[in-house]
Design a protein around this ligand. Structure first.
Ligand code: SF4
Length: 366
């Protein structure tokens, strides 16, 4: 199938592509590329094709995730988008692994903010065995007290560490690919793309669900973005966070410009049509890159981070709740429903301890 510029015929083609996806067709690399390369005039037709697939597979549901930066900065790696790396001069707060009380406090806030999943994220190349024991102990407590899924993002994991996390009740591990194998050396030299694949493989072998995504806007080309989507499809990941770079002063990518909202929508649509049954999260950088078109992202994506990111401020939860309700979507979060959600609009916005707007950045660990 060839899709070029927007005409009545090509709008029909996007619809036909959605029909084929719903019939079980797997997009080819060329078809996925054609979405990113399409003229911006086509964006609503492309988004509508993605919406039809999203609607068919996920209805009106939106899943919320709540992040806790369990360990900040102090990282020996050199990921050049990250405010926590050894080469970053961003003025973020740095601290070692939070104690159990602080991590349990995060679980409470996740539940209060209607989140289905609590994400415990730690900076660093990978956890020590002691850190895995600590997180495992906290996760056991969380599982006793809350009806939350728990996702851990602790960096590179050894197979036995993944097994211990699974035994403690961790549902899922996040480990982003961040970019394509071709582009990876441009953004990080201290670990390889294969290192990241090995961690995902260890987690899958341990019986954990996989969350893996990317950061768009780091100087990659369209083919790189498509290659990440195809790799994630091959890995059958359950969840794909699509981050859009929020360039941070003090990092090597600090002068990188914003993406256009139309391009962000095409990226999200491409992911929905290429990996239709994965949960696709419009993740870090959505506020600054999608700007006023942010609500449209949920016609392709079906999940969000609520509240703040690791070292940057997010949109207020009550604004996310309003956006979801205005779209006619519903949060699916365990026992919560939209009526309960509406009654919780007054939950105060809880800021991360190190969160100053514009002071931090998205982290490829999370
Ligand atoms: S993305 Fe993770 S591994 Fe890379 S520098 Fe940041 S904290 Fe370290």
């Amino acid at each position: 199938m060839s899709v070029t510029t927007e005409t009545a015929a090509s709008a029909t083609n996007w619809n036909l592509l959605a029909d084929r996806v719903l019939d079980g067709h797997s997009l080819s690399r060329e078809e996925a590329l054609s979405i990113l390369q399409a003229d911006d005039d086509s964006v609503l037709s492309i988004l509508d094709a993605a919406r039809r697939v999203r609607q068919s597979l996920f209805g009106k549901s939106v899943q919320l995730y709540y992040l806790k930066n369990a360990k900040s900065g102090l990282c020996p790696e050199d990921c050049n988008y990250c405010s926590q790396s050894k080469i970053s001069e961003a003025p973020i707060e740095k601290y070692a692994m939070l104690n159990a009380e602080r991590l349990l406090e995060g679980a409470r806030l996740a539940a209060e903010n209607q989140s289905r999943t609590y994400c415990i994220v730690a900076s660093g190349r990978g956890p020590t065995d002691r850190e895995v024991d600590h997180v495992s102990s906290v996760v056991r407590q969380i599982k006793q007290e809350y009806d939350l899924h728990v996702c851990c993002c602790l960096g590179l994991l050894e197979p036995e560490q993944a097994i211990r996390l699974k035994e403690a009740g961790v549902d899922r591990v996040n480990h982003n690919l961040n970019t394509s194998e071709r582009h990876h050396p441009e953004i990080c030299t201290t670990h390889t793309f294969q290192d990241r694949l090995d961690t995902l493989s260890a987690c899958r072998d341990a019986g954990l669900e996989l969350c893996a995504g990317l950061i768009v806007g780091m100087g990659e080309n369209h083919g790189d973005v498509v290659d990440v989507a195809l790799k994630l499809r091959e890995l059958s990941v359950e969840s794909i966070p699509v981050n859009f770079l929020h360039a941070i002063d003090g990092t090597p990518l600090q002068k990188t410009g914003m993406l256009t909202p139309a391009y962000c929508l095409k990226v999200l649509s491409m992911f929905r049509l290429t990996v239709p049954s994965a949960e696709i999260r419009v993740a870090g950088g959505r506020e600054v890159n999608l700007r006023s078109l942010q609500p449209l992202s949920l016609y392709a994506a079906n999940s969000l981070f609520v509240s703040d990111y690791l070292t940057t401020a997010g949109q207020r939860p009550e604004d996310d709740f309003r956006m979801i309700a205005d779209l006619g979507f519903e949060i699916t979060a365990g026992d919560y429903d939209s009526a309960r959600l509406l009654s919780h609009w007054k939950v105060p916005h809880q800021r991360s301890e190190n969160c100053e707007p514009g002071a931090g950045g998205s982290c490829g660990c999370g």
